[in-house]
Design a protein around this ligand. Structure first.
Ligand code: SAM
Ligand code: SF4
Length: 334
């Protein structure tokens, strides 16, 4: 048997991280992410649990050591926990880490099962602690469930990182309190700039808040010291003296972070996107459904390495401008 070749792209970046979307459906409608009347992928086109499992194994065989399950909302897919259990058995067998990004609404139901299956860390998206603002932003009154989910995750021993999209005139004034709260709970918090992906009802330009400006604001209340911590992702980290916690900043628009990119994304229908900010894609479902699926999948991954672009090119251009890319973040999972 030949030794599997690692995934290395044309710019010599080693791809070791897969973000796998298990569904594009969601129980929230965050206004920066998707419109109220979102058109979802036909269920018949979505990969089965077995196909998702097989696909993940194909990546692990090519040297991928970290898998993040995402969506849409991964915990709304009914058989999701079965996939977590199956992949959890790969942790320590090639896979180093299995994680999840969730909006937290169903975390109270699943936290114990996730921990038992081998998940150690979860990212939970939370943009506000104000119930009215949450209901407006996510178009669903679900803050109590999210807080319950966070408490359950903590009780189950999962390490939690809060992801917060910084939005001008929406949660801008609340960001320092949100950081203090998260750190008080023992959670890290990472902020991200809103990205122009997919049509929504609002103009994202109106709410685009560059994190450099946020950082200056935060420094009026907190002492931020640059941290050597690296997560293998695009965030820059700061230690917050007053809280003892860690703050991450992801600035896709004000700073380009593509040089060290180590990841690819796969949608719930098996479409591989080589870059979050690009259209380069490879159909893995056809490979998975072929007779010679292992070899075909591996060959498809090689094709992905050949087309992965050097960097993304999206920008929030001007008021009223069309999104840089037509697809929503809920398709690729962030
Ligand atoms: N539903 C899960 C959640 O919200 O955590 C997982 C999928 S969601 C698409 C992943 C992350 O993308 C969330 O943290 C969300 O806030 C972020 N996101 C969605 N649309 C975005 C956009 N246009 N710009 C920046 N971040 C976005
Ligand atoms: Fe759903 Fe996550 Fe998009 Fe919000 S950000 S609508 S929770 S997929």
């Amino acid at each position: 048997m030949t030794t599997p070749q690692p995934l290395i792209d044309q710019f010599k970046r080693r791809i070791s991280y897969l973000r796998l979307s298990v569904t594009d459906r969601c129980d929230l409608r965050c206004s920066y992410c998707m419109p109220e009347r979102q058109t979802f992928l036909p269920r018949s086109e979505v990969l089965s649990l077995e196909e998702l499992h097989q696909l993940a194994l194909g990546f692990i065989a090519r040297g991928v050591t970290k898998i993040r399950l995402t969506g849409g909302e991964p915990l709304v897919r009914r058989d999701m926990i079965e996939l977590v259990r199956a992949l959890g058995r790969q942790v320590g067998e090639g896979l180093e880490e299995l994680t999840l990004t969730t909006n937290g609404t169903r975390l109270a139901l699943f936290a114990d099962d996730l921990a038992a299956a081998g998940v150690r860390r979860v990212n939970v998206s939370l943009d506000t602690l104000d119930r009215t603002r949450f209901a407006e932003l996510a178009r669903r009154d679900s803050l109590p469930q999210v807080l319950e989910g966070l408490a359950a995750a903590k009780a189950a021993g999962l390490k939690v990182k809060i992801n917060t999209v910084a939005l001008k005139g929406v949660n801008e004034a609340e960001l320092p309190d949100l950081i203090a709260w998260a750190h008080g709970q023992g959670f890290d918090l990472t902020m991200i700039e809103v990205m122009p992906l997919g049509e929504v009802e609002t103009d994202r330009f109106d709410h685009y808040l560059p994190l450099d400006a946020v950082r200056q604001q935060l420094e009026q209340r907190f002492t931020l010291a640059s941290s050597a911590h690296r997560s293998g992702g695009p965030a820059r980290y700061f230690d917050v003296a007053e809280t003892g916690g860690r703050l991450g900043l992801i600035t896709p628009l004000t700073n380009n972070f593509c040089e060290g990119c180590n990841r690819v994304r796969v949608t719930a229908t098996g479409q591989l996107y080589a870059c979050l900010g690009g259209t380069e894609q490879v159909d893995l479902r056809a490979a998975l459904r072929s007779d010679d699926h292992d070899a075909q999948l591996s060959a498809a991954l090689d094709r992905a390495m050949a087309i992965k672009p050097e960097r993304h090119h999206f920008a929030i251009r001007a008021p009223g401008a069309a999104p840089a890319l037509p697809r929503h973040m809920s398709l690729t999972g962030g």
